[in-house]
Design a protein around this ligand. Sequence first.
Ligand SMILES: C=CC1=C(C)c2cc3[nH]c(cc4nc(cc5[nH]c(cc1n2)c(C)c5CCC(=O)O)C(CCC(=O)O)=C4C)c(C)c3C=C
Ligand SMILES: [Fe+2]
Length: 482
Amino acid sequence: MSATSYSGVLSQTKLLGSNLNCSTHRRFPTSCRLSEGSLDLEKSTSRVFLSSCSSTSDKRNGMLGRSHHCSTIEKRNPVGQTFCSLGVCTHSRVDVESNSHATEERVGVLLLNLGGPDTLDDVQPFLFNLFADPDIIRLPRLFRFLQKPLAKLISVFRAPKSKEGYASIGGGSPLRKITDEQADALKMALEAKNMPVNVYVGMRYWYPFTEEAIQQIKRDRITRLVVLPLYPQFSISTTGSSIRVMQNIFREDAYLSRLPVSIIKSWYQREGYIKSMADLIEKELTIFSKPEEVMIFFSAHGVPVSYVENAGDPYKDQMEECIYLIMQELKARGTFNEHTLAFQSRVGPVQWLKPYTDEVLVELGQKGVKSLLAVPVSFVSEHIETLEEIDMEYKELALESGIENWGRVPALGCTSSFIMDLADAVIEALPSATAMSTSRNTSEAVDQDPMRYVIKMFFGSILAFVLLLSPKMLVAFRNKLF
Ligand SMILES: C=CC1=C(C)c2cc3[nH]c(cc4nc(cc5[nH]c(cc1n2)c(C)c5CCC(=O)O)C(CCC(=O)O)=C4C)c(C)c3C=C
Ligand SMILES: [Fe+2]
């Protein structure tokens, strides 16, 4: 549920039409002229004036005192002079209510993340949730009814290996704790910028689930919501999946479907993020005896190739651009190290994005690279793939392959420059919040036709039988590819 949920009340005095051009897209339905999180002021013809007052009492921290303050954000069209200004004023509630436009505004920020098992007993059910996600195992529509049985099978097969991994990092995932800390830090950063908000944490595959966070948002009568996935780059399998869950819930609910929402789909290109990453890399390089000789080795979580080539996942492009921007920033600071990008954590019998981290490490060792700095780049908190896969498996492989000096950049976590930048991203996204699309897509309508459903099940069963007994699947299970 909410990591940082307090009864902050924001009274908005004015909100003049945020007339952003939003279109409905089949897979990523909310595609606003929001240029991935930052308001595209040059194109925008809207003028948004948001003056907010707060009257807060923090239940969590047991604060009894109430404070009243007011923040102003102004965004104007290209002919206007003021693009973004934050001002602070103080006035009483009566003043607010005397305004004819007065409505009570409660701003929420929903942090989306993957979630991870808290204990070893959670591992198999967590894996089940993950593999039951049609954005993780993308079965053809005809096979969709197989999703859950397949998820059960794969999760049971994979659980022992995953459990070993989680056991080696302390018996569970640190994700919940770190995400809660990030939520607290973000709330404080926003308060420091005179933007009191409730921050909620919604995990995709484990507690606190996205569904719970959304229920809490509803209970708190949030009136404007910014959705901030904690993945810098967009992938269908991560941000896309969480947004799909959100949209399904929002569509069915009268209150939520009218709630103005702004989704920050990716933010890898933000200056604050790039600079924070460059800071961490620079700092870690100084630990090596010859920093200039260190190969900067970006290791990103992979996705199956089909996501990029068939489904149009922008993940690979965004990842490459992200690395380019980080390297440009380092060059601007006088750091000219060589670098490379590889993809880790592949699962199952399909082709994943290449080159693979393990193969590149061996090649680099063979080529005579002696010093290497691993940089996890697809995620902003420590998790099993940094603490176990990189710090243990890949480090061992690198040292065996001839690399002598190994280092690893920590995940950003609660690095203050990073959190401040996320806070800015939220503030910039807020004025463009619009109600989510409520239209049902046609393929879902087909699922509601009983005759079509029976036909689909009949042919699907035959195909499923063939698929499950296909040599590829049998080999995958036998070779423990899951
Ligand atoms: C940008 C980050 C991630 C992408 C893209 C991603 C895609 C993806 N992942 C799997 C399968 C698994 N992922 C697992 C854990 C896991 N994945 C991410 C991030 C991305 N996944 C994180 C942060 C974590 C760790 C959570 C934690 O508990 O610390 C797991 C479980 C662990 C294991 O058994 O290895 C699986 C399985 C697929 C199939 C996929 C794309 C289709
Ligand atoms: Fe993953």
